[in-house]
Ligand binder design. Sequence first.
Ligand SMILES: [Zn+2]
Length: 453
Amino acid sequence: MNKDIFLTNNLTNKKEKFVPLDEKKIGMYVCGPTVYDNPHIGNARPLVIFDILFKVLKCKYGKNTVTYVRNITDVDDKIINSSKENNISIADLTKKIIKIFTDDCDFLNCEKPSEEPKATEHIELMIKMISKLIDKGFAYENKKHVYFLVNKFKDYGKLSNKKLEDLIAGSRINVSENKKNSEDFVLWKPSIDKEPFWDSPWGKGRPGWHLECSAMSKKFLGDKFDIHGGGLDLLFPHHENEIAQSRCANDTDMFANYWVHNAFITMSNEKMSKSQGNILKISDFKKKMSGQVLRLALMTAHYKQPLDWNDKLLNDCKNTLEKWYEVYIKLDTKIKIPDEMLLPLYDDLNTPGYIANLHKLYEKASNGKDKDKKIFVSACNFIGLLNQTKEAWLDFKKLKSLISEEDIIKKITLRNKARDDKKYEEADKIRDELLDKGVLIEDKDGKTNWKLK
Ligand SMILES: [Zn+2]
């Protein structure tokens, strides 16, 4: 489509027109998972958001022009601790979690990135980068540690809007550390006990976490590239440190041109945390619902806004898909989506706006014309929805409710007891809670029946 893409760039705090360095070679780097535990719903948001951005970029610039790199952190303190706690080798643990992560991405219908480099396969590049930083005077070695000298980089804090003086004032040097300044961060540290290690000019050790993204983005996208993405929690210090390392090592005035961050998922709804317990791991949802429900739910808020996660949201999304599948039609050929349909996505990835357009297309498709149904399904497919056939969706539905049968019966017993005790407010609350989970209850002839909505 001959329209510009706009993105909110955290480097300038402005919504800006996206101008690639090279229209034929677009690069996007997104910080990927640290593979120490099953991914949870918070990890799912960037997966879906940047998958959509990948699709939008390909739509504008062509399928083979976009390189999307998402790394896998497979050496880190959290991994070492989890391996000790669970008595499993680091290799077995990371292999297991990478498999779960890949399955989760499939479940969410996310396309595979162009590259998924692992940190442990790029240690040599990281060592090279550290040596360069030491040679140029941006880093120093002390007792087998190497630190980045933050006060040597004049733009430090520009991305996160932090002033170096404030950072210094807000931190204290830990006596066990060997840094010159409190704000310096580690590039290399010695490995102790049975921790994984690599040989380096500074002894047996392992890299600091921030370094891998600088090394791997350079390998796959070069010294400068277009978009760097990730969750908002990575803005500081991780992304700030990536910029410092890369620009100083590569001698550039720029690292990534556009910094795009997704906001958090919040759990303000008490009902969710109480009733769902541990069902915040993506893999746990698999037994309960189609991945499409999750995917749609993750798009309902703009990526810059927090998304409140609750049962009602999931139930609404399930009902929306249910409705949309009524006009589902199998596509034999590729159908062009009207340009105006895509406008919200081009405008800073406005997914709620795109969903609103889908609702309009659905209304049109409901009149029964195959042509309109095809356009509707094609527009859904564009953002990774309705890719399952109707049969597969219906199959899923049969066994999917947000609550087990045993729990439904328990809840109904509690609700009826509350009614007997004349605690009507409490009884109504339980009924509404069940309704939020898609369970409808009816009282008839002194008995309570239930069914799935
Ligand atoms: Zn990173």
